[in-house]
Design a protein around this ligand. Structure first.
Ligand code: TEU
Ligand code: CA
Length: 552
């Protein structure tokens, strides 16, 4: 087992989606001032690191994942002075801050792209991926992650540029050494300010294949994945970034790596690879894809979920490090997806906390998950804001003939806005998030689900999260222990053990709303944490989670 001690292995990270976290100036949009107001709450929760989704200048076609200036703060979020103060105040409380590095693409309003579009040759001409038309049409049939063609024509250049996401997010040309140098300089600039690391957006897409040919047809467009996933030079670039930037600081780096397998992760985040510390792999997020990708209502298959976790836990134990998460700003709410947001809301939210936080890896809590926030429940297309969801609606309903009702159901289950409704702070108007009209509706259940309420309830989901976070800080076995799956074949129970020296934890989680018999349970062993008060013999009650601790 690879057990070198690192602070980032011992940390619990909290993801802030600033737009929806806290509005500090009453314009309906979350901001840095709002984050500042809530720092004491984050201390109380006990987390070690904040990951902030993009806070840079952006026209917000994709809520900040389209950056028009990497070295300025988005007007709506505040000023650089406010950021510096936030960093200082966080550090005072022992909380680190990592930022989102979005460098597969920029905004089309970025100065580099504006220059790149000029009809006269200049140093920025080759900063993006430009191709001439093929027979008067797009250079290839590739589609994007957000629907539509991956090519957009530019009148000035009389060429097409590549964009794997929206046309407002042109892909940078990483083959160009000047592009790489600009990115590294910018990273140094932030690190010199004292930030503690980066989460790197779709970092496994930065190197494109030399082969610009059509992809296999998948719906309306050709599949672009073979031409950009884990491309030919991606490791060369990351090693260079590591040498020129990352290795010079004591920081934490996580690469978001879409559609990768364990073997790929070993290359991106293997201990001796000199690339990244860890990756966000999305295999458990991508479960249940069908004919229309994620847009369906397939239920979660627990056996498959367990297989995925087991593969990642076992696969990286000697050579890397895992991230652990149930959700983020691109995914449905954890309790709605993997638990039960109805009758067993509270039990299942706590079960999910215990199940995830006892595993090996660095846990990431997505804002609101710690109070069991649920999917948005929007029933009107007008309430959606997300570019991916709106594009998908039009592509699937208008072009592929899915019914409005079915698509609205899929959006309610899978749409990214489910995770983007405002943080529910209290029972006040707009959940205490803002004094104005919020940029996206609050979830109607805020009177029942909010921070203020759960602070006062000893048995709340919030206090369960505080409990699992504290345990990780107290018990080295949770950070560094070996992982071993138990009851592998059970389609109902997620169980495993963790061992370090003479300490052994056994974890049992019922993912169903039924009583499930389990011979391995005990009424006498020491219970470290559970979501039910007493044990009940050899039965796991609905969504029960229990962790035993044994000293040998
Ligand atoms: O997400 C990349 C990514 O893989 C997503 O497109 C994901 O597949 C999808 O959202 C799931 O529905 C990152 C960011 O996390 C996302 O917010 C951005 O929109 C995207 O990159 C482009 O920057
Ligand atoms: Ca604001």
């Amino acid at each position: 087992m690879n057990n070198e001690k690192k602070w980032w292995k011992e940390a619990v990270v909290y993801q802030i989606y600033p737009r929806s976290f806290m509005d500090g100036n009453g314009d309906g949009i979350g901001d840095l001032k709002g984050v500042m107001e809530k720092l004491d709450y984050l201390s109380y929760l006990g987390i070690d690191v904040i990951w902030m989704s993009p806070i840079f200048q952006s026209p917000n076609h994709d809520n900040g994942y389209d950056v028009s200036d990497y070295q300025n703060i988005m007007d709506e979020f505040g000023t650089m002075d406010e950021f510096e103060l936030l960093l200082e105040e966080s550090h005072k409380r022992g909380i680190k801050i990592i930022l989102d590095l979005v460098v597969n693409h920029t905004s089309d309003e970025h100065r580099w792209f504006q220059k790149s579009c000029e009809d006269k040759e200049n140093p920025y001409w080759d900063y993006y991926i430009w191709k001439p038309a093929e027979d008067g049409k797009e250079p290839t049939n590739w589609g994007t992650w957000f629907g539509g063609s991956a090519w957009e024509y530019n009148e000035n250049r009389k060429r097409y540029y590549l964009h794997l996401f929206s046309p407002h997010q042109p892909d940078l040309n990483w083959k160009n050494p000047s592009v790489r140098k600009e990115v590294y300089d910018m990273m140094h600039w932030w690190l010199e300010k004292g930030i503690d690391g980066f989460r790197m957006d779709v970092i496994n897409l930065i190197s494109k294949s030399e082969d610009f040919s059509d992809g296999k047809l998948d719906g309306l467009y050709g599949n672009v994945r073979p031409f950009c996933l884990n491309g030919p030079h991606v490791h060369e670039y990351l090693k260079e970034m590591n040498e020129k930037v990352l290795s010079q600081y004591d920081i934490m780096t996580i690469g978001e790596a879409t559609e990768i397998m364990v073997e790929d992760a070993k290359e991106f985040a293997g201990t001796d690879r000199n690339e990244l510390d860890m990756v966000f792999q999305l295999e458990h997020m991508d479960m249940g894809k069908g004919q229309y990708g994620k847009w369906n209502d397939a239920p979660v298959d627990l056996k498959e979920l367990k297989d995925i976790f087991q593969r990642w836990q076992d696969g990286l134990c000697d050579v890397g490090w895992n991230t652990l998460f149930w959700s983020n700003h691109d995914q449905p709410r954890a309790v709605s997806r993997f638990g039960d947001d109805g009758a067993y809301w509270e039990m299942s939210a706590k079960m999910l906390a215990i199940c995830l936080h006892m595993m090996r890896g660095t846990p990431f809590i997505y804002q609101g998950e710690e109070i069991g926030m649920t999917n948005a429940g929007f029933s009107d297309l007008q309430e959606y804001r997300d570019v991916e969801s709106l594009n998908a609606y039009h592509e699937l309903v208008d072009e592929l003939g899915i019914s409005h009702e079915d698509m609205m159901k899929y959006l309610r289950l899978k749409g990214r806005d489910n995770a983007r409704t405002p943080m529910q702070w209290s029972n006040d108007a707009e959940a205490g998030f803002t004094d104005a009209v919020p940029w996206i509706s609050v979830n109607r259940n805020y009177p029942e689900i909010n921070v203020e309420k759960q602070k006062q309830e000893e048995d709340s989901v919030l206090n369960c999260y505080r409990g699992v976070i504290a345990l990780r800080h107290e018990k080295p076995v949770i950070v560094y222990g070996d992982f071993n799956m138990l009851l592998e074949d059970s389609p109902f129970i997620f169980a495993y053990e963790r061992t370090l020296d003479d300490v052994r934890l056994t974890v049992f989680c019922n993912f169903t709303n039924q009583n499930v018999p389990c011979e391995l349970l005990s009424d006498t062993e020491h219970v470290l944490i559970s979501n039910y008060k007493e044990r009940a013999g050899k039965i796991l009650r609905p969504y029960e989670a229990v962790v035993y601790e044994k000293m040998n």
